[in-house]
Design a protein around this ligand. Structure first.
Ligand code: ZN
Length: 176
């Protein structure tokens, strides 16, 4: 468990950051979501997650078979308040990532007219190894971008984000 205590850094290219924000803007006022694929490297005790591709998925909250008691307090329960990634999308993303020698390193989603801070629902569904990028969108315009990770107490802490200038990146659309 010591690994989780160490600081991690999420590094991503400006292109990916732009694409995540564009996706968040396009889905407004609903939440967008997608998977982040890349490589995890450990350099001198520091875990670096390098985002190499985005795997865009549809927010399938409306179809998700989530037990009522898992749906927590916020209502109405629409895709404007929740996101849900279908297991098949996760499976396909994992399969694709493996062919590239990558892993799923995290999930991104947007918070329409809400700050870039994880909700209790986000926390309950979070996986310890993943980075959780949240984009806050106010009146249709993305204005905050943060990454979060669970600590050993299952609480979210902000994760350092390094933005790299660069070229040519790919976005995979699952619905093509
Ligand atoms: Zn959220």
């Amino acid at each position: 468990m010591g690994r989780l205590n160490r600081s991690t850094v999420l590094s991503l290219y400006t292109d990916h950051m732009d694409q995540i924000q564009a996706h968040a803007q396009a889905c407004y006022p609903e939440e967008c979501c997608g998977l982040m694929l890349g490589q995890i490297v450990e350099i001198e005790g520091q875990v670096q997650k390098k985002l190499l591709a985005l795997y865009t998925v549809d927010n399938t909250w409306e179809q998700a078979a989530v037990p009522i008691d898992e749906a927590t307090s916020t209502s109405p329960l629409t895709a404007a308040r929740r996101y849900w990634i279908a297991p098949q999308d996760l499976f396909n993303a994992q399969k694709y990532a493996r062919t590239q020698g990558w892993d799923i390193i995290g999930v991104y989603h947007s918070h329409p007219d809400h700050e870039a801070v994880p909700s209790e629902c986000d926390r309950k569904w979070a996986w310890p190894q993943y980075s959780y990028v949240i984009v806050a969108v106010k009146n249709g315009v993305p204005h905050d971008f943060r990454s979060w990770m669970l600590d050993d107490q299952q609480q979210f802490r902000t994760e350092q984000v390094t933005v790299l200038d660069a070229v040519a990146t790919s976005t995979l659309e699952t619905d093509i």
